[in-house]
Ligand binder design. Structure first.
Ligand code: GDD
Length: 409
């Protein structure tokens, strides 16, 4: 028996995702037409004997209620949201709900970060995990050396795949092999987390009885129930024959910013070719719009047959796309109206926004830079014949003049 746990964080975590996280918790922001967290959840379908999926976070319960009930019936596996009263860190959050998780007596606990985009090769990982016989197996991937310091860097034994050394976001280069944020643990992980927090309690008590100077440093240290999976668990357990690695050569990205969500939406659309081709639009520009490459269109959206759409376009519920519009590499959210002959390119158009006739909303398509894509927040109105380039527009603004490289507050 297995259970899966998806760490969804909370409102203080998704700040780099603004202005899109004003409306919806980051884990529910749609990528390729499905909430971000939906992709790891549906990957869990491949786990045999999966009895329960938990989402752990510190968002309000009601924010996840609707999603959790609809996905439970769709998957036919119960999905439950467990709310922490405050952040406990990535391992502390898991530990908080150990009793509930262990009710199912799982042999394996799959633990997935919600903000990573990959093919989640969970069955291959599980086979490897059983072979290794450790308490945990983590998914790892090679990235370009210059970007490795944004992640946990690690060294693994080339033959046994044992995790030999682990450093979280190091200042000096350690390795281009990084932690993907996808793990399988045995229930022994709970003992490892408990050890860290006991050790902290002991140290805090020691400090309390010693000098004033030590007291000062105690106030700086973390609360005993705040435990980070990476620094506090993976680093100390490396090289002790307890943790092993499983390398993916498939795509892998982290989703911290709106720019990366646009890139990852494209990666998931591409994955639909293999996993859910029925979700991809087809069209030849006669009865329906001309479709180029991978495109998702929600069944309730109204798209004029003279539009040209793609590649990498996702159109959400009740959007209306007028005659002659051209959409390239963009996410169009619920209830958006794109009027006749408008162009939207390298952009995210927020809920209920409207883009006027002959207007252009576009970015240069650099996912890594802050103004590399254009983002319209909720209910933004771009009037007719207005050009918005490389800009971020906060909710409820009306643009009647063209702007470039601006953040409109
Ligand atoms: N429930 C809950 N409570 N979730 C949390 C908490 C918490 O207190 N803190 C973080 N998370 C969730 C986040 O939502 C995310 O899904 C995951 O745990 C990891 O978040 P962070 O601890 O902020 O780390 P990170 O995303 O910067 O980096 C981690 O993931 C990378 C892969 O994406 C590290 O493990 C890196 O080493 C790794 O490369």
């Amino acid at each position: 028996r297995s259970v899966a746990v998806i760490m969804v964080g909370g409102p203080t975590k998704g700040t780099r995702f603004r202005p899109l996280s004003f409306n919806v918790p980051k884990p529910l922001f749609p990528l390729a037409g499905q909430p971000m967290v939906h992709h790891p959840i549906s990957a869990c379908k491949s786990i045999s004997n999966l009895v329960q999926i938990y989402l752990i976070g510190f968002y309000e319960e009601r924010e996840f209620a609707l999603y959790v009930s609809s996905i439970s019936s769709e998957l036919k596996v119960p999905v439950r949201y467990l709310r922490e009263d405050k952040p406990h860190g990535s391992a502390g959050g898991l530990y908080t709900f150990r009793d509930i998780i262990m009710e199912e007596s799982p042999l394996q606990i799959f633990l997935l970060n919600c903000d990573v985009c990959c093919s989640f090769p969970l069955t291959g990982m599980l086979e490897a995990h059983k072979r290794y016989g450790g308490i945990g197996t983590m998914l790892v991937s090679k990235v370009v050396a210059e970007s490795a310091n944004q992640f946990g860097e690690l060294v693994a034994d080339p033959d046994t795949k044992e995790l030999l050394h682990y450093t979280e976001k190091p200042e000096t280069f350690v390795s281009d092999l990084i932690n993907c944020g996808v793990y399988i643990f045995t229930p022994d992980i709970f003992t490892a987390i408990q050890d860290v927090s006991m050790h902290r309690k002991d140290r805090a008590n020691l400090r309390r009885v010693s000098s004033f100077e030590a007291l000062q440093s105690a106030t700086k240290s973390l609360p005993t129930d705040f435990v980070r999976l990476d620094q506090d668990i993976l680093s100390p357990l490396a090289g002790k024959r307890q943790l092993y690695t499983y390398e993916t050569v498939d795509f892998w990205e982290q989703i911290k910013t709106p720019g990366m969500s646009l890139k990852c939406s494209g990666l998931y659309l591409n994955q639909y070719r293999y996993t859910s081709p029925h979700l991809l639009a087809v069209g030849d520009g006669t009865k329906s719009a001309a479709v180029i490459g991978n495109v998702y269109i929600h069944p309730s959206a109204k798209v004029h047959p003279t539009t040209k759409i793609g590649p990498n376009v996702s159109i959400s519920a009740n959007a209306r796309i007028g005659a002659g519009a051209r959409l390239i590499n963009c996410i169009v959210l619920d209830d958006v109206e794109i009027k006749e002959n408008a162009v939207v390119m390298h952009a995210i158009v927020g809920w209920k926004s409207s883009v006027g006739k002959w207007s252009r909303v576009q970015g240069e398509g650099d996912y890594d830079s802050k103004l590399g894509i254009t983002i319209l927040g909720e209910a933004v109105t771009v009037e007719d014949e207005v050009v918005v380039i490389n800009s971020i527009v906060l909710p409820n603004k009306v643009l009647n003049i063209s702007v470039q490289e601006e953040i409109i507050l």
